[in-house]
Write a new protein. Structure first.
Length: 256
């Protein structure tokens, strides 16, 4: 300190960065250069001026599977590292997928350790053998500790459960009946699915001559756009009117 001066500045260089962090402190100590005796102490405080990172979440999809569970994984990102732990809340909500039926609902938190910029939210999906449409649900992020922000309120991602099941087969049963001598009667055919379907199944039914001739031995039937509702396993019954006669002849057939 120059002779006669009452004040002298001590300049300490501070390194700049872009990482959000708590305020930081250091000490400056004055000592007697001869004796080494501590004369005074001052505290320097570095106030953080960096913006907190943004948090975002990506859409995800998974094939449903046939037994047990599949796992749907949502990547979650911070736009930059933080020197502080960042905790993000998340919760699921239904769209076409139903919680507890198609997936296990979630309502929890994800914490990014200091310096980490990517995390994952995992949701279990129930597998099944039911042919159905792809189904979706949402995962919404929230931030309440002020150490990150979401670019939109709320930030959401869509989880898609891809159906991987084969559609059921359409089956029809044979029918046999005695012709009779006079009048007409109805021959019943049962139409069914090999397994339930998660979506409506539309089918048609049409008779085709074999050795029996439509209009003489039976009445032709053409049915369009009959529907098995989703989940129905009860057979659908179609009847064909057959004409009786007294003419000796071979057994006759027609196809449906």
């Amino acid at each position: 300190m120059p002779k006669g001066a009452m004040e002298q500045a001590v300049v300490v260089a501070v390194r700049n960065d872009t990482i959000p962090e708590p305020k930081e402190t250091f000490q400056v100590r004055l000592t007697d250069v001869t004796s080494g005796r501590l004369i005074a102490t001052a505290v320097g405080t570095i106030l953080d001026d960096d913006a907190v990172p943004q948090v975002t979440i990506d859409d995800a999809e998974v094939e449903e599977g046939n037994s047990g569970f599949s796992t749907l994984t949502f990547p979650v990102h911070l736009s930059g590292p933080s020197a502080l732990p960042v905790t993000v809340g998340f919760a699921s909500s239904d769209e076409t997928a139903e919680a507890g039926v198609d997936y296990v609902p979630v309502n929890d938190t994800l914490t990014f350790r200091p310096g980490i910029t990517e995390g994952f939210i995992r949701v279990q999906v129930f597998s099944d053998l039911l042919d159905e449409d792809d189904e979706t649900f949402l995962v919404t992020l929230t931030v309440s500790d002020g150490r990150a922000v979401v670019p939109a309120d709320p930030t959401r991602a869509r989880g898609t459960i891809r159906d991987d099941d084969l559609p059921p087969r359409l089956l029809v049963s044979d029918a046999v009946a005695l012709e009779g001598d006079e009048g007409s009667f109805k021959m019943a055919f049962g139409v069914r699915l090999s397994a339930p379907s998660g979506r409506p199944v539309v089918f048609g039914f049409e008779t085709v001559d074999g050795t029996a001739v439509a209009g003489e031995d039976y009445e032709a039937v053409v049915i369009r756009d009959e529907v098995f509702p989703a989940g129905q396993i009860r057979p659908f019954v179609v009847t064909v009117v057959v004409h009786s006669d007294r003419t000796p002849e071979q057994d006759e057939t027609f196809r449906v």
